[in-house]
Design a protein around this ligand. Structure first.
Ligand code: NDP
Length: 326
């Protein structure tokens, strides 16, 4: 038997609770993992609360991330005792996920735990941190360097935003952090932000083109915020769009793209090919300051994950949430 969060949807409604499950209930897969830690990402918040149709099969164990030890494996790359990390691939959406003491899944989805991190640190990073790294890699791929000018990060006090601020600052960029929580200004400066802007400056409908300010952007918010970020880009600036915390729509014009040569780079962590995942984790090991990671993460229990999911969606959670499932 093992403990897990289980989401059910039937005539009694949509509900999530911590339950004792039988090993025999685990889905098919060639690797069984003893989970040490999981996390709460925005998507886990949506799954647990049912606020968006993230979960595609019921009953479902949520949790798009896990870190733990292989218990048994018939996959050629893994054997019992290996330390592993998992992010995405639909786990926690279509296949039972990491908010559980045990998981069974495809070994093709796993990544060896980087030596630089403990399982808890890997989950302090989680999908949010790995996505922040994918954004940084995309900025680099498009040639953005600190000499080109500052980078703006929206939803900065959230999970993706916090890691993006810390990574970009460590890489020598000047970082402007946009937050709806002015009380988190000191926290954001402690992660390396050189400027903190009010969310309201970007969240209202704006002009198609505005004063040129940013060489690059990491946007976790979408909607008017993303439209305004595009309008404020310097000539040939690069915007990485990874989130929708402020809305799915994009009420923008083509002006920044056709008049300033701005690039809008979409970022997806879920189906990201394995070589790029491995590169992202290698770069996290090299470029993420562990003291700053410690400052942005706090630990909760499996039971506490249920109320914390709602708080996360309400924008009340700072940085990253690590879930000790044991
Ligand atoms: P968090 O909840 O930790 O952070 C989101 C942040 O967005 C909040 O902390 C808040 O920051 C800001 N925010 C919340 N509501 C609003 C609003 N209505 N308007 C403007 N800003 C708002 O979530 P994550 O960091 O885990 O995820 C951020 C986004 O990125 C989510 O939309 C998530 O789905 C997406 N994501 C996408 C991935 C991909 O593969 N493309 C992978 C991971 C995440 P503040 O208080 O500082 O303003």
């Amino acid at each position: 038997m093992f403990k897990a969060i289980l989401i059910e949807k039937d005539e009694a409604g949509y509900r999530a609770a911590v339950r004792e499950l039988d090993d025999a209930a685990l889905p098919a897969g060639d690797v069984t993992v003893r989970v040490a830690y999981s996390t709460l990402n925005y998507k886990d918040g949506l799954a647990i609360t049912g606020k968006s149709p993230v979960v595609r099969k019921f009953p479902m164990v949520p949790g798009i991330d896990l870190a733990g030890t292989v218990e048994s494996s018939s996959h050629p790359d893994y054997q019992a005792g290996d330390a592993v990390v998992l992010n995405g691939w639909g786990v926690g959406e279509t296949h039972w996920g990491g908010l559980a003491q045990r998981a069974r899944l495809s070994g093709d989805w796993l990544v060896p735990l980087p030596a630089a991190f403990t399982p808890a640190q890997a989950m302090a990073i989680g999908t949010a941190g790995y996505t922040a790294m994918l954004c940084v890699l995309a900025l680099e791929r498009h040639g953005v360097t600190p000499a080109h000018g500052p980078i703006v990060v929206t939803g900065a006090a959230g999970g993706v935003g916090s890691v993006a601020v810390a990574l970009l600052a460590k890489l020598g960029f000047s970082v402007a952090a946009v937050t709806g929580r002015p009380q988190e200004a000191d926290y954001l400066r402690s992660l390396g932000a050189s400027e903190v802007l009010e969310r309201a400056e970007l969240s209202a409908p704006g002009k198609p083109l505005a004063k040129e300010r940013w060489a690059g952007a990491v946007d976790t918010v979408g909607s008017h915020t993303l439209a305004n970020v595009c309008a404020q880009m310097k000539y040939r600036g690069v915007v990485t769009a990874c989130g929708m915390a402020g809305g799915m729509e994009l009420p923008a014009t083509v002006a920044p793209f056709i008049l300033r040569g701005v690039t809008l780079a979409g970022i997806d962590s879920v189906m990201c090919p394995r070589p790029e995942r491995l590169q992202a984790w290698q770069r996290l090991a090299a470029d993420l300051d562990l003291a700053r990671l410690g400052r942005m993460a706090h630990e909760i229990t499996l039971d506490e994950a249920l109320p914390t999911a709602a708080a996360l969606l309400a924008g009340q959670v700072r940085g990253r949430v690590v879930v000790d499932v044991n």
